[in-house]
Design a binder for this molecule. Structure first.
Ligand code: FAD
Length: 380
């Protein structure tokens, strides 16, 4: 498989890398402290076209290939996940279903504003009683005249506090464990919708998660996405498509941690020499770099297969599983190399360490990814 990047892809990756390293990274301590993203950074991201990479050109986006998208997310991951997560929640899972199965009217109504970031998206599947077992959701959508009435609770939804459009999965067939679910485009101003608890998280500062409450929430029929009862496929496809994006952010974070670690190993002296002279440090750096490179290749492979229309859930799960577990290893090793200074709160390595932990949990835990891969091996 050929992963040779075109001149345009290199230029794209370089421009996002420069934005992250020069504009976003220096502001990360402030983002950590305030748990908010400075509006001017969002404006610069909009000017760079970062909100529109997965949106078709006719609606103002750039509709990049899957490989180009993962390159963008790889570079975003260099600052950790507080800032980067915004683009994944919005352009990945938050608009994927609308782009894939929306009607031309639905797309025209929302996508042009989503392409600029004026309107941000999020994806709401998880509920207090249904996490890994997403098929167990209990939020209902009952048809009443020309509207659906939604009742239920979603929680831990990324980007929902700033979202202007929520893609919500609800049950239209109330029979237990029926897969007849539907997807709805919910605007926060719809009657009966409100944000509940906004959770304080150990990492990903600036990108809060919240609880969403639907109390006889009225959703116009024209805001149902795709045919009634066919939402389960759209939801699982959305999650499958999102996994290489998580993997790409992990790769970018690993690459940044490797840079920090090699720089530190060259300058920190103990026993009269740079710690990078010790074989123990060589071994750590070698394992970090080797696993990072393997993660990058698995991620690019999933993206190229998606571009060729032949990606499977096994491919995307392998990329997400391996890259997120690699990031855990790399962040831990990077902290070890920093010694005690790595444990001081304002050391950036500690931020990566905290951010990294979520990648083995959201968009399907590592156990769920292993289940997908194992079952698919036995099917073939
Ligand atoms: C920061 C953050 C952001 C999130 N963003 C979103 C979002 O934008 N949209 C959204 O819909 N959701 C979101 N989530 C929810 C996330 O996807 C779920 O937390 C995740 O899927 C796990 O579900 P759970 O927390 O209910 O854990 P559980 O499903 O209760 O799992 C608990 C443990 O049991 C294990 N387990 C469960 N089932 C099995 C099994 N069959 N085999 C082996 N082990 C199993 C799990 O792997 C885990 O270790 C977010 C969560 C967080 C923390």
């Amino acid at each position: 498989m050929d992963f040779e990047l075109s001149v345009e892809q290199r230029a794209l990756a370089d421009s996002v890398k420069a934005f992250i390293d020069e504009r976003v990274d220096p502001r990360m301590p402030e983002i950590e402290r305030t748990n908010a993203i400075p509006p001017e950074l969002l404006k610069e991201a909009s000017d760079l076209g970062l909100f529109g990479i997965s949106i078709p050109e006719e609606y103002g986006g750039s509709n990049l290939s899957r490989l180009s998208r993962v390159l963008v997310h790889q570079m975003l991951g260099r600052s950790g996940f507080g800032f980067a997560g915004i683009f994944a929640a919005h352009g990945g899972i938050g608009s994927e279903a609308l782009v894939t199965i929306g009607t031309p009217e639905q797309k025209q109504r929302y996508l042009p504003r989503m392409a600029t970031g004026e309107l941000r998206g999020c994806f709401a599947l998880t509920e207090p009683g249904a996490g890994s077992d997403a098929g167990g959701i209990t939020t209902t959508a009952v048809k009443k005249g020309d509207r659906y009435i939604l009742n239920g609770v979603k929680h831990y939804i990324s980007g929902s506090t700033h979202a202007g459009l929520l893609t919500v999965v609800a049950r239209t067939n109330t029979a237990p464990r029926s897969k007849e679910m539907s997807v709805f485009l919910v605007e926060p101003s719809f009657k009966g919708f409100r944000i509940g608890t906004v959770y304080d998280t150990m990492g990903c500062k600036g990108h809060p998660i919240a609880e969403l409450l639907f109390e006889d929430c009225e959703v116009p029929e024209e805001n149902r996405l795709g045919p009634e009862g066919k939402g389960w496929l759209a939801a699982t496809k959305t999650l499958m498509e999102g996994r290489p994006v998580v993997a790409a952010r992990c790769v970018g974070a690993c690459e940044r941690l490797l840079e920090i670690s090699t720089d530190y190993a060259k300058t920190r002296k103990q026993f009269g020499q740079a710690i990078g002279e010790f074989q123990g440090i060589h071994f750590m750096l070698a394992d970090m770099a080797t696993r990072t490179e393997a993660s990058r290749l698995l991620t690019y492979r999933a993206a190229v297969l998606a571009d060729e229309g032949r990606v499977t859930s096994q491919d995307t799960s392998m990329a997400k599983l391996f890259a997120s577990e690699t990031l855990a290893f790399v962040a831990d090793s990077a902290l070890q190399i920093q010694g005690g200074s790595g444990y001081i709160t304002d050391n950036p390595v500690g931020r990566f360490y905290r951010d990294a932990r979520i990648t083995r949990i959201y968009e399907g835990t590592s156990e769920i990814q292993r289940g997908i891969i194992g079952r698919s091996m036995l099917r073939n």
